[in-house]
Design a protein around this ligand. Sequence first.
Ligand code: ATP
Ligand code: MG
Length: 244
Amino acid sequence: MISIQNVNKWYGDFQVLTNCSTEVQKGEVVVVCGPSGSGKSTLIKCVNALEPFQQGDIVVDGTSIASPKTNLPRLRSRVGMVFQHFELFPHLTITENLTIAQIKVLGRSKDEATQKGLALLDRVGLAAHAHKHPGQLSGGQQQRVAIARALAMDPVVMLFDEPTSALDPEMVNEVLDVMVQLAQEGMTMMCVTHEMGFARKVADRVIFMDRGQIVEDCTKDTFFGDINGRSDRAQQFLAKILQH
Ligand SMILES: Nc1ncnc2c1ncn2[C@@H]1O[C@H](COP(=O)(O)OP(=O)(O)OP(=O)(O)O)[C@@H](O)[C@H]1O
Ligand SMILES: [Mg+2]
Protein backbone atom coordinates (compact mmCIF):
# COMPACT_ATOMS: atom_id res chain seq x y z
CA MET A 1 0.00 0.00 0.00
CA ILE A 2 2.94 2.32 0.75
CA SER A 3 6.34 1.85 -0.82
CA ILE A 4 9.09 4.24 0.27
CA GLN A 5 12.01 3.90 -2.10
CA ASN A 6 15.41 5.41 -1.29
CA VAL A 7 14.06 8.76 -0.23
CA ASN A 8 16.58 11.54 0.39
CA LYS A 9 15.54 14.96 1.53
CA TRP A 10 17.45 18.08 2.43
CA TYR A 11 16.50 21.35 4.13
CA GLY A 12 19.16 23.53 2.51
CA ASP A 13 22.46 21.85 3.38
CA PHE A 14 20.96 19.72 6.13
CA GLN A 15 20.05 16.19 5.09
CA VAL A 16 16.93 15.32 7.04
CA LEU A 17 16.21 11.93 5.39
CA THR A 18 18.93 9.59 4.14
CA ASN A 19 18.16 6.59 1.92
CA CYS A 20 14.87 5.80 3.61
CA SER A 21 13.20 2.67 2.23
CA THR A 22 10.37 0.55 3.56
CA GLU A 23 7.07 -0.98 2.54
CA VAL A 24 3.73 -1.07 4.30
CA GLN A 25 1.39 -3.83 3.13
CA LYS A 26 -2.38 -3.49 2.98
CA GLY A 27 -3.80 -3.94 6.48
CA GLU A 28 -0.41 -3.62 8.13
CA VAL A 29 0.19 -1.40 11.18
CA VAL A 30 3.67 0.10 11.35
CA VAL A 31 4.85 2.11 14.35
CA VAL A 32 7.62 4.66 13.74
CA CYS A 33 9.67 5.73 16.75
CA GLY A 34 13.01 7.36 17.44
CA PRO A 35 14.60 10.37 19.12
CA SER A 36 13.42 13.94 18.65
CA GLY A 37 14.68 15.39 15.39
CA SER A 38 15.34 12.00 13.78
CA GLY A 39 13.00 12.74 10.87
CA LYS A 40 9.84 10.82 11.83
CA SER A 41 7.42 13.66 11.11
CA THR A 42 9.26 14.57 7.94
CA LEU A 43 9.07 11.01 6.64
CA ILE A 44 5.38 10.68 7.38
CA LYS A 45 4.63 14.06 5.79
CA CYS A 46 6.45 12.91 2.65
CA VAL A 47 3.99 10.00 2.42
CA ASN A 48 1.07 12.33 1.83
CA ALA A 49 3.13 14.82 -0.12
CA LEU A 50 2.95 17.56 2.49
CA GLU A 51 6.74 17.77 2.25
CA PRO A 52 8.61 17.47 -1.05
CA PHE A 53 11.72 15.29 -1.29
CA GLN A 54 14.60 15.60 -3.73
CA GLN A 55 15.48 11.96 -4.43
CA GLY A 56 13.71 8.62 -4.49
CA ASP A 57 10.01 7.90 -4.71
CA ILE A 58 7.03 7.03 -2.57
CA VAL A 59 4.21 5.02 -4.12
CA VAL A 60 0.85 5.05 -2.33
CA ASP A 61 -1.69 2.51 -3.56
CA GLY A 62 -0.02 2.48 -6.97
CA THR A 63 0.34 6.27 -7.29
CA SER A 64 3.86 7.70 -7.45
CA ILE A 65 4.35 10.91 -5.50
CA ALA A 66 7.49 11.83 -7.44
CA SER A 67 5.76 11.53 -10.81
CA PRO A 68 4.95 14.97 -12.21
CA LYS A 69 1.73 13.50 -13.63
CA THR A 70 0.31 12.71 -10.20
CA ASN A 71 -2.57 14.82 -8.98
CA LEU A 72 -1.26 15.47 -5.46
CA PRO A 73 -4.44 16.98 -3.96
CA ARG A 74 -6.33 13.88 -5.13
CA LEU A 75 -3.72 11.59 -3.61
CA ARG A 76 -3.81 13.56 -0.34
CA SER A 77 -7.57 13.22 -0.15
CA ARG A 78 -7.10 9.42 0.04
CA VAL A 79 -4.45 9.51 2.76
CA GLY A 80 -5.85 10.24 6.22
CA MET A 81 -3.58 12.24 8.48
CA VAL A 82 -3.93 12.92 12.19
CA PHE A 83 -1.46 15.28 13.83
CA GLN A 84 -0.42 16.00 17.39
CA HIS A 85 -2.64 19.08 17.41
CA PHE A 86 -6.09 18.26 16.22
CA GLU A 87 -6.50 21.26 13.95
CA LEU A 88 -10.28 21.24 13.84
CA PHE A 89 -11.88 24.43 12.53
CA PRO A 90 -12.77 26.29 15.75
CA HIS A 91 -15.62 28.31 14.22
CA LEU A 92 -17.43 25.27 12.78
CA THR A 93 -19.56 22.74 14.63
CA ILE A 94 -18.34 19.17 14.97
CA THR A 95 -20.76 18.10 12.22
CA GLU A 96 -19.47 20.85 9.92
CA ASN A 97 -15.88 19.85 10.68
CA LEU A 98 -16.75 16.28 9.69
CA THR A 99 -18.51 17.22 6.46
CA ILE A 100 -16.69 20.20 4.93
CA ALA A 101 -13.96 18.24 3.13
CA GLN A 102 -16.36 15.50 2.06
CA ILE A 103 -18.49 18.19 0.38
CA LYS A 104 -15.71 20.42 -0.99
CA VAL A 105 -13.13 17.81 -1.97
CA LEU A 106 -15.15 14.68 -2.70
CA GLY A 107 -18.25 16.46 -4.00
CA ARG A 108 -20.64 14.60 -1.71
CA SER A 109 -24.07 16.05 -1.03
CA LYS A 110 -24.62 17.67 2.35
CA ASP A 111 -27.00 14.86 3.36
CA GLU A 112 -24.62 12.10 2.37
CA ALA A 113 -21.68 13.81 4.07
CA THR A 114 -23.68 14.41 7.24
CA GLN A 115 -24.86 10.81 7.39
CA LYS A 116 -21.32 9.54 6.97
CA GLY A 117 -19.87 12.06 9.43
CA LEU A 118 -22.42 11.27 12.13
CA ALA A 119 -21.93 7.52 11.71
CA LEU A 120 -18.20 7.98 12.26
CA LEU A 121 -18.79 10.32 15.19
CA ASP A 122 -20.86 7.56 16.75
CA ARG A 123 -18.09 5.10 16.10
CA VAL A 124 -15.60 7.19 18.08
CA GLY A 125 -18.16 7.47 20.87
CA LEU A 126 -19.13 11.12 20.43
CA ALA A 127 -22.56 11.06 18.80
CA ALA A 128 -23.97 13.36 21.49
CA HIS A 129 -21.52 16.17 20.63
CA ALA A 130 -22.40 16.75 16.98
CA HIS A 131 -23.82 20.26 17.49
CA LYS A 132 -20.95 21.56 19.64
CA HIS A 133 -17.90 23.55 18.66
CA PRO A 134 -14.39 22.10 19.12
CA GLY A 135 -13.66 24.44 22.05
CA GLN A 136 -16.45 22.75 24.03
CA LEU A 137 -14.73 19.34 23.78
CA SER A 138 -11.76 17.95 25.71
CA GLY A 139 -8.47 17.38 23.93
CA GLY A 140 -9.07 13.64 23.73
CA GLN A 141 -12.53 14.17 22.32
CA GLN A 142 -11.21 16.63 19.74
CA GLN A 143 -8.57 14.15 18.67
CA ARG A 144 -11.24 11.45 18.23
CA VAL A 145 -13.20 13.91 16.05
CA ALA A 146 -10.02 14.48 14.03
CA ILE A 147 -9.75 10.72 13.48
CA ALA A 148 -13.43 10.52 12.46
CA ARG A 149 -12.89 13.45 10.09
CA ALA A 150 -9.97 11.67 8.41
CA LEU A 151 -11.98 8.44 8.14
CA ALA A 152 -14.89 10.27 6.51
CA MET A 153 -12.73 10.67 3.41
CA ASP A 154 -12.54 6.85 2.97
CA PRO A 155 -8.74 6.84 3.17
CA VAL A 156 -6.71 3.93 1.83
CA VAL A 157 -4.16 4.51 4.60
CA MET A 158 -4.11 6.43 7.85
CA LEU A 159 -1.02 8.33 9.01
CA PHE A 160 -0.67 9.42 12.61
CA ASP A 161 1.98 11.79 13.95
CA GLU A 162 2.13 11.55 17.75
CA PRO A 163 -1.66 11.83 18.08
CA THR A 164 -1.60 11.42 21.87
CA SER A 165 1.51 13.32 22.88
CA ALA A 166 -0.25 16.65 23.48
CA LEU A 167 -3.04 15.11 25.57
CA ASP A 168 -3.52 14.97 29.30
CA PRO A 169 -2.61 11.46 30.47
CA GLU A 170 -6.17 10.43 31.26
CA MET A 171 -7.23 11.17 27.69
CA VAL A 172 -4.53 9.14 25.99
CA ASN A 173 -6.33 5.82 26.28
CA GLU A 174 -9.59 6.95 24.74
CA VAL A 175 -7.68 7.97 21.60
CA LEU A 176 -5.51 4.83 21.61
CA ASP A 177 -8.66 2.70 21.94
CA VAL A 178 -10.02 4.20 18.71
CA MET A 179 -6.68 3.55 16.99
CA VAL A 180 -6.56 -0.04 18.27
CA GLN A 181 -10.07 -0.62 16.95
CA LEU A 182 -9.09 0.78 13.55
CA ALA A 183 -6.02 -1.44 13.44
CA GLN A 184 -8.07 -4.49 14.33
CA GLU A 185 -10.54 -3.68 11.57
CA GLY A 186 -7.72 -3.94 9.05
CA MET A 187 -6.87 -0.30 8.33
CA THR A 188 -3.40 0.23 6.89
CA MET A 189 -1.67 2.51 9.39
CA MET A 190 1.66 4.24 9.79
CA CYS A 191 1.89 5.75 13.28
CA VAL A 192 4.60 7.90 14.75
CA THR A 193 4.16 7.24 18.44
CA HIS A 194 6.09 6.48 21.57
CA GLU A 195 3.15 4.61 23.06
CA MET A 196 4.89 1.27 23.24
CA GLY A 197 1.81 -0.38 24.76
CA PHE A 198 -0.01 0.45 21.54
CA ALA A 199 2.92 -0.85 19.50
CA ARG A 200 2.98 -4.13 21.42
CA LYS A 201 -0.75 -4.55 21.08
CA VAL A 202 -1.36 -3.89 17.39
CA ALA A 203 1.83 -3.12 15.47
CA ASP A 204 2.96 -5.61 12.89
CA ARG A 205 6.29 -3.85 12.48
CA VAL A 206 8.34 -1.22 14.26
CA ILE A 207 10.59 1.24 12.47
CA PHE A 208 13.25 3.03 14.51
CA MET A 209 14.75 6.19 13.03
CA ASP A 210 17.90 8.00 14.01
CA ARG A 211 19.45 11.03 12.31
CA GLY A 212 17.32 10.74 9.21
CA GLN A 213 17.91 7.04 8.68
CA ILE A 214 15.74 4.00 9.19
CA VAL A 215 17.99 2.10 11.57
CA GLU A 216 15.59 -0.71 12.47
CA ASP A 217 12.69 -2.11 10.49
CA CYS A 218 11.55 -5.35 12.00
CA THR A 219 8.57 -7.22 13.35
CA LYS A 220 7.20 -6.18 16.69
CA ASP A 221 8.31 -9.50 18.18
CA THR A 222 11.88 -8.97 17.02
CA PHE A 223 11.91 -5.34 18.15
CA PHE A 224 10.67 -5.97 21.68
CA GLY A 225 11.66 -9.61 22.07
CA ASP A 226 15.28 -9.44 21.01
CA ILE A 227 16.45 -6.15 22.44
CA ASN A 228 20.08 -7.26 22.54
CA GLY A 229 19.97 -7.83 18.80
CA ARG A 230 19.02 -4.19 18.15
CA SER A 231 21.38 -1.36 17.24
CA ASP A 232 23.04 0.53 20.09
CA ARG A 233 20.94 3.61 19.38
CA ALA A 234 17.71 1.64 19.47
CA GLN A 235 18.75 -0.06 22.70
CA GLN A 236 19.55 3.29 24.34
CA PHE A 237 16.25 4.70 23.15
CA LEU A 238 14.24 1.72 24.36
CA ALA A 239 16.00 1.75 27.71
CA LYS A 240 14.95 5.38 28.16
CA ILE A 241 11.32 5.08 27.15
CA LEU A 242 10.66 1.67 28.71
CA GLN A 243 11.84 2.93 32.11
CA HIS A 244 8.60 4.85 32.50
N1 ATP B 1 11.02 23.31 7.78
C1 ATP B 1 12.21 22.92 8.25
N2 ATP B 1 13.35 23.58 7.90
C2 ATP B 1 14.56 23.18 8.34
N3 ATP B 1 14.76 22.12 9.15
C3 ATP B 1 13.68 21.43 9.53
C4 ATP B 1 12.36 21.79 9.11
N4 ATP B 1 11.49 20.89 9.65
C5 ATP B 1 12.23 20.03 10.38
N5 ATP B 1 13.55 20.34 10.30
C6 ATP B 1 14.66 19.62 10.95
O1 ATP B 1 14.63 18.30 10.45
C7 ATP B 1 14.93 17.38 11.48
C8 ATP B 1 13.83 16.34 11.59
O2 ATP B 1 12.64 16.95 12.02
P1 ATP B 1 11.35 16.11 12.29
O3 ATP B 1 10.29 17.08 12.72
O4 ATP B 1 11.04 15.25 11.13
O5 ATP B 1 11.80 15.19 13.52
P2 ATP B 1 10.96 14.23 14.45
O6 ATP B 1 11.66 12.92 14.47
O7 ATP B 1 9.54 14.24 14.05
O8 ATP B 1 11.13 14.91 15.89
P3 ATP B 1 10.09 15.04 17.13
O9 ATP B 1 10.14 13.72 17.84
O10 ATP B 1 10.67 16.14 17.96
O11 ATP B 1 8.74 15.35 16.57
C9 ATP B 1 15.13 18.19 12.75
O12 ATP B 1 16.51 18.37 12.93
C10 ATP B 1 14.46 19.50 12.43
O13 ATP B 1 15.06 20.54 13.13
MG1 MG C 1 7.78 14.87 14.96
